[in-house]
Design a protein around this ligand. Structure first.
Ligand SMILES: C[S@@+](CC[C@H](N)C(=O)[O-])C[C@H]1O[C@@H](n2cnc3c(N)ncnc32)[C@H](O)[C@@H]1O
Length: 405
């Protein structure tokens, strides 16, 4: 797939940051240990009469453990394929031991959640979560950006900060825009690189998004169901959409990704006044200090440029240590900050959480005009939600469009 990537634009990798790559390699071992090995131990500690009863149908617990082991292996195959492509992308010798680090539990959680996020971005079932939000955001872009024939939409440069595993970047590119995704997390960058640049056909992998959790399943089949990854053949999909839109610029020249802290990267002079639109989807609540996000968006938008936002306000720093506290931990030997310079951007000290009306007021205070605001959308959206589970979380996202004054 001829997509252009700009990895390492600001934060070139070093052995510390890249040691996160090992997490994808440790996924298999850690998941087998934590998910099935410990459960087997607990199961076989039961009274033998109970073990016997639960080993027979309709329970067949040992068989379930075997199925979960198979699911872990299938997920781990994807993790390892992503890592291999990541090593190539960063020009790192897989045999070089120097980047091998020791993953913490928190690191493993991140690797595990990245694997699950493949469900959201790259499976037909999970993609509904994004397409609901993206559908609204695309229609807002069409409504508020200066009109252009579809074949010339590429003249609108759209920045997608916090692009995650890259699906929004793909879908906006497919619509004809010139799109630059940005992402801070190496876990996510390794995964998005694999999906955007290396995946070759629809259904190339089987992902078991919910197999590793044992609660709230109505039946085992739900827990153990697989989804095809990716749901589309990316090259075919983009080529078809290229024809449909009649875009005058090939999709490979309209799609790119950058790595690094959005607030640091896009405050560089070369990005001043350079994007027609910024599209933030489930992103602004990752900010410890959302004023830095707003100022950065204002800086890199052209005058009169449009900011389209959709998402909830699950302030990521609410129950976690502040960046300053994390830095103290990091200096003490932990590795809590994923690819962030601890003295800049999200690494700066201080954090606060606002309500939706306060965010909108702040956006106005910082030099934007609000053009449209749907404060609690009836379009509900989950986030890596198992819609067959007995427990579902859904957001009523807030959508708004702001214009740089
Ligand atoms: C909640 S996820 C949403 C991902 C994607 N937009 C979606 O809707 O699926 C937020 C993403 O923002 C990224 N992120 C957080 N802070 C960032 C920053 N300062 N610069 C760039 N990306 C950031 C995270 O790594 C994560 O991938």
């Amino acid at each position: 797939l001829a997509s252009e990537k700009q990895y390492g634009t600001t934060n070139s990798h070093d052995t510390t940051t890249f040691s996160y790559g090992i997490l994808h390699r440790q996924y298999r071992q850690a998941a087998h240990y934590n998910v099935t090995h410990l459960r087997r131990q607990a199961f076989y500690s039961l009274p033998s009469a109970h073990v016997d009863m639960l080993s027979e149908p309709p329970f067949s617990i040992p068989q379930t453990f075997r199925h979960v082991d198979d699911a872990i292996d299938s997920n781990a195959d994807i993790a390892e394929a992503m890592l291999e492509a990541g090593l190539l992308m960063y020009g790192i010798d897989p045999e070089d031991e120097s980047w091998h680090g020791t993953a913490t539990t928190r690191d493993m959680d991140k690797a595990r959640s990245t694997i699950r996020q493949l469900f959201r971005d790259w499976s037909a079932e999970g993609h509904k979560e994004i397409s609901t939000i993206l559908g609204v955001m695309q229609s807002l872009l069409l409504e508020f950006l200066p009109p252009l024939p579809t074949s010339q939409l590429h003249k609108h440069r759209v920045l997608v900060p916090g692009a995650g595993l890259g699906r929004t970047v793909l879908d906006l590119t497919a619509s004809g825009y010139s799109v630059e995704g940005n992402e801070i997390s190496y876990h996510q960058l390794i995964a998005s690189n694999y999906m955007l640049n290396c995946s070759q056909q629809a259904g190339q992998h089987k992902l078991y998004p919910f197999a590793l959790g044992f609660s709230n399943h109505l039946n085992r089949a739900n827990q153990l169901r697989a989804v095809d990854i990716p749901d589309v053949c990316l090259a075919d999909y983009l080529e078809e959409r290229q024809k449909e839109t009649g875009s005058e610029l090939p999709f490979g020249e309209r799609m790119s990704m950058s790595s690094g802290d959005f607030c640091v990267l896009y405050r560089q002079p070369r990005y001043q006044d350079s994007f027609s639109a910024v599209s933030t989807c489930f992103f602004i609540d990752t900010a410890p200090n959302v004023i830095n996000y707003i100022d950065t968006i204002k800086y890199c938008l052209v005058p009169g440029g449009i900011w389209v936002n959709g998402g909830p306000l699950l302030w990521h720093f609410e129950n976690t240590p502040t960046p300053a506290e994390k830095e103290t931990e990091r200096m003490a030997g932990g590795r809590e900050i994923d690819n962030a310079d601890a003295s800049q951007g999200i690494g700066e000290p201080g954090s606060f959480e606002l309500s939706n009306d306060e965010v909108v007021a702040l956006v106005q205070r910082c030099g934007f005009e609000i053009l449209k605001h749907e404060e609690r959308s009836s379009e509900m959206a989950g986030y890596i939600m198992d819609n067959r589970s007995m427990l579902t979380h859904q957001y009523h996202p807030s959508f708004w469009v702001a214009k740089k004054l």
